[in-house]
Design a binder for this molecule. Structure first.
Ligand code: NAD
Length: 292
């Protein structure tokens, strides 16, 4: 049986280290890291993500400034709040939970966030800095994936990594991070997407597969090389009458089919998910340290 990568445990180890850093920022420098968490509307998945972020802030001693805005909030209103937060010295990071209601231009909002407070790592300035290997905030899910591999002693150096999915928040940034001339990267990267004719042809050659598509169990055993490492980013709800809530969560990889065939695999839930929130905290603390 392949090793199940325990993202929850690894995330907790990193959070324990971060808590020590927060304590020392408070004690030695009088700095309490601050994160503004903005939720617009009442999408249940977004509400649950925001709840997790706020809970983690509290556990680490980070000040979470919460905004729960009605879905009818105007684009101008949201921009005003962001401008105030850009000027607020007690705030080190600004997180706007996506997706936003359709009348608000997401691009405009993300561009309005001061890149120095863009702890999600979505601002084009930070994406550009990441691409050319400059110090910046890395997007949280891609950075979480790199950290998972590091904690499991899985080297990417010279390995063939096949990424399925080319979104701006997962596929493209993780491809870029893995291409960096860095000992946690140096990979040969293939990126497959919705227009790739035969994904299996590429994934079968990969030492490491990163699936970030959003299609339940798209990656099956016949698409995987024996002994490969699987990082499953997908979080998909599938109907399940045996569950009280009527659904269960599955990834983009058919876990049951491949788990005995691969060397390592992340479960869904409990794999990449906990790392995303942890790296958001990491970025917020990194930003707070700029106040010293
Ligand atoms: P997205 O919808 O923005 O992008 C999906 C990508 O998959 C696209 O680039 C598209 O080209 C590709 N794609 C679509 N159909 C395909 C197909 N049939 N074959 C190959 N590629 C195909 O999604 P996203 O925001 O990158 O998220 C992907 C998944 O990861 C979702 O399930 C999302 O919920 C999950 N996610 C999880 C975390 C986490 O922290 N665990 C974070 C972000 C996203």
């Amino acid at each position: 049986m392949g090793q199940i990568i325990d993202g929850k445990k690894i995330a907790q180890t990193i959070k324990d280290e971060l808590k020590i850093e927060v304590d020392s920022l408070i004690k030695d420098h009088g700095i309490t890291p601050g994160l503004a968490v903005i939720l617009v509307g009442a999408d249940p998945a977004s509400e649950s993500y925001v709840k997790g972020k706020r809970r983690t802030c509290k556990a680490l001693g980070i000040y979470a400034k919460d905004y729960n805005l009605v879905a009818e909030t105007s684009e101008e209103g949201l921009l005003t709040i962001i401008e105030e937060l850009n000027q607020d010295d007690s705030i080190d990071g600004i997180l706007v939970q996506l997706p936003l209601p359709s009348h608000i231009n997401e691009e405009k909002i993300l561009l309005a966030i001061d890149p120095k407070k863009d702890v999600d790592g979505f601002h084009p300035e930070n994406i550009g800095r990441m691409m050319i290997g400059m110090d910046t905030f890395y997007s949280c899910t891609p950075y979480g994936i790199i950290k998972l591999l590091e904690y499991c002693d899985i080297s990417t150096e010279g390995k063939h990594v096949c990424i399925v999915g080319r979104s701006n928040i997962v596929g493209k940034p993780v491809a870029n991070l893995l291409l960096q001339k860095h000992n946690l990267a140096n990979a040969t990267v293939t990126v497959c997407h919705s227009r790739t004719p035969d994904i299996g042809y590429h994934t079968r050659q990969a030492d490491i597969i990163i699936a970030a598509v959003g299609i339940p169990e798209l990656i099956t055993k016949d698409m995987v090389k024996e002994g490969a490492v699987i990082i499953d980013v997908g979080v998909n709800r599938v109907e399940d009458a045996t569950k009280k809530r009527g659904y269960r969560l599955v990834g983009d990889v058919n876990f049951e089919e491949v788990k005995d065939y691969v060397s390592h695999i992340t479960p869904v839930p409990g794999g990449v998910g906990p790392m995303t929130i942890t790296m958001l905290m990491f970025n917020t603390i990194k930003s707070a340290k700029n106040r010293i």
